[in-house]
Each structure stands twice: as C-alpha cells, then as structure tokens.
Design a protein around this ligand. Structure first.
Ligand SMILES: Cc1cc2nc3c(=O)[nH]c(=O)nc-3n(C[C@H](O)[C@H](O)[C@H](O)COP(=O)(O)O)c2cc1C
Length: 187
C-alpha cells in the first residue's frame, strides 16, 4: 500500500555541504540543493534562494566553493544553515579558518576535509531558487581520505547523515539558534 504525498524533491541520499561565497567579506551557507551535473568537464550545480546573503555574493563574484563537512561538523553545519550572514559574521563566530584556493579568490574552509573550487558558467532562474552551474576548477582533499587510485573514499569519513529535514532546507537538530551559536563558539 502506498500513499501519494505532496510533490517535493524527495531523494536519498542527499548531500549537505557548506558553500563559501564572497571575496572581500566572505560568507558561508549550508546547502543541500547540490548536484553533480556533468563529467567532462566536471560541473556542480547549486540552487540558492534569492533572499540568501550568499546569493548576492555569488552573483557579484561569479564563483563559489563547495566544502564537504565531516560527521563531527554537523552542529556547525546546522548553525551555518539557520543564521544569515546579513546579521552575523558566521566565519568569525564559529572561528572558521580560511585557506586560499588555486583558481578562485573565494576562500576555502581549511578544517573541512574536501573543498571544491567552482566558477559560475550558467545561471538558471527556477522560481524559488536560482541554480548556479559551476565549472569545477580544483578539488582539495585531506590526504587520509584518498584511496590507492587517488579518488576520495568517503567510507573513510562518512558524509554527515542528516536524518530528516534535508528536503526542506532545515537543520538536523531542532536546537534554538542561541544553542547552536553557543555550541559552535565552545568548540
Ligand atoms: C540542511 C540545510 C540545507 C539547506 N539547503 C539550502 C539550499 O540548498 N539552498 C538555499 O538557498 N538554502 C538552503 N538552506 C538554508 C540556508 O543555509 C540558510 O538560510 C542560511 O542562513 C543562509 O545563509 P546566508 O543568508 O548567510 O547566505 C539550507 C539549510 C539547512 C540547515
């Protein structure tokens, strides 16, 4: 027996990443609307709501960095996904260390195991979101995650397993923003 539920983007599994955007004053946002959309050359597409602070930064600079979190960075990922850079410097509050990319000027998150530098090639307006299709220019990987062939072996650092909420851009834990902020400041 099956039930037809309201249309939504249910998929499994759903990646959850942190996007860095902006050069002079960089910002971070959590994103689950991300797909691999071509191979030769490699491209990733992210969908961002126009009201996000990161949206304007990606439009301005034409670039973004995809940072893949490790399991222990789940609360940090929630914090970055519920607070906006319009009102709070998330990078300073969470004491995120930045690193330089090879091709883009947008900084990488040094403590995240994988960082992917992307340059925006196309933008597609999709009502609620704008999809930015980014050409992958470089992939930085923590050495311990590389297998013998030089590919990323995610079984060595399971991506964060969001139990619920990813379809709707919500955090894993239903913590209050104050609690998330305190948790990331204590690390
Ligand atoms: C798990 C999770 C996934 C999210 N995915 C997206 C997404 O794909 N696109 C989007 O526009 N917002 C998404 N959000 C919401 C933004 O991360 C959130 O609104 C954030 O505060 C935006 O930051 P900014 O205003 O500093 O750019 C997600 C939030 C969470 C917790």
């Amino acid at each position: 027996m099956k039930r037809v539920i309201e249309p939504n983007t249910t998929l499994y599994p759903v990646p959850v990443v942190i996007i860095t955007a902006g050069i002079a004053t960089p910002n971070v946002m959590t994103c689950n609307r991300i797909v691999s959309c071509s191979a030769e050359p490699p491209r990733l597409a992210i969908s961002v709501r126009q009201l996000r602070y990161s949206y304007g930064l990606i439009k301005q600079t034409g670039e973004f960095v995809v940072n893949i979190p490790a399991p222990a960075q789940d609360i940090l990922t929630d914090y970055i996904g519920v607070v906006t850079g319009k009102s709070e410097d998330k990078i300073a509050i969470a004491k995120l260390k930045l690193a330089s990319g090879r091709f883009v000027q947008t900084p990488l998150l040094a403590d995240f195991p994988v960082n992917i530098e992307c340059v925006v090639e196309h933008e597609i307006e999709l009502d609620s979101h704008t999809m930015f299709i980014g050409l992958v220019k470089a992939v930085h990987v923590q050495e311990s995650l590389l297998d013998a062939k030089g590919d990323v072996d995610f079984s060595r650092a399971q991506g964060i397993a969001y139990d619920w909420g990813v379809v709707r851009e919500r955090p894993t834990y239903n913590f209050r923003v104050e609690d998330l902020r305190r948790a990331v400041q204590e690390v």
